[in-house]
Design a binder for this molecule. Sequence first.
Ligand code: HMG
Ligand code: MG
Length: 285
Amino acid sequence: VGAGRVEIFEVGPRDGLQNEARAIPTAEKIALVDALSACGFRRIEVASFVSPKWVPQMADGAAVLAGIGRRPGVTYAALAPNLRGYEAAVAAGAGEIAVFVSASEGFSKANLNCTVAESLARLAPIAEAAGRDGTRLRGYVSMAVDCPFDGPTPPGAVARVAAALRDLGCAEVSLGDTVGRATPEGFDAMLAAVLGEMPPDRLAAHCHDTAGRALQVIDAALERGLRVVDAAVGGLGGCPYAPGAAGNVATEAVAAHLAARGFETGLDPEKLAAAAELAQRLRTG
Ligand code: HMG
Ligand code: MG
């Protein structure tokens, strides 16, 4: 008997590419998404509809969504910081919209240019529109363990923000170790607080891998009953407004780790390896 099923939520084309210095041509982004579509993912985050002044690399999100070959059964997700981004993402055909909030004030200011409370208020019109449109919302909580501006994040602050995202109608909340320095113990203590607000089947673990501990952190999340793990193919990634943030944990490493532990991901390792190779080639051009 296996250990059960875990979904890897692929964020490479969004979280992975948003931080790349090279202006990656739209066609190359589309090729990466198409390679990922063949791997067996249920969801792939492919674009952001944020200010192009803030994140120039994501300015072509609509063209990416228009150009990809949509595989039945795969949901193509996108990030939106405000109602304008939400509307653009839905118009472009995103099937799930992710909103993002920081658990720390320092990163909220750096990434969204407003306080945590203001960022939550800004999401109310998105929540209303999503309710009307029947769009599934995902919420991210950044700096869920530690913040390069404010230091360690109190678990209670993460629980409060997660509860606010739940109340806004987010079907799932993804807990971000944005700078990738969490310990399994730190992530576990944060989860203990968040699980007072939401059950584990509505939570995801979003790990960057700066300290090389992401797989241990993921094990801590699995231990708490989480069954969705975010990762980026090829270990691409980072956030341009989070100093010191390295790449996301690599999808192929998570998939191999989960397989070794007896979990099923539904992913094809060979196709994943090919997509990882393509992701690495996108970095250098
Ligand atoms: P602002 O400068 O405070 O506000 O930015 P603004 O309203 O003056 O907007 C600035 C300019 O962007 C204006 O243009 C707006 O029109 C335009 P101008 O008038 O100067 O020509 N604008 C837009 N354009 C296109 N689409 C939009 C949009 N909204 C405004 N939706 C704002 C505030 C929120 C817009 C800005 O701070 C922003 O875009 N931030 C996004 C930063 C970002 O994308 N960070 C990376 C994603 S988060 C992440 O990676 C973490 C995560 O992976 C989880 C984890 O690891 O923790 C999710
Ligand atoms: Mg991230």
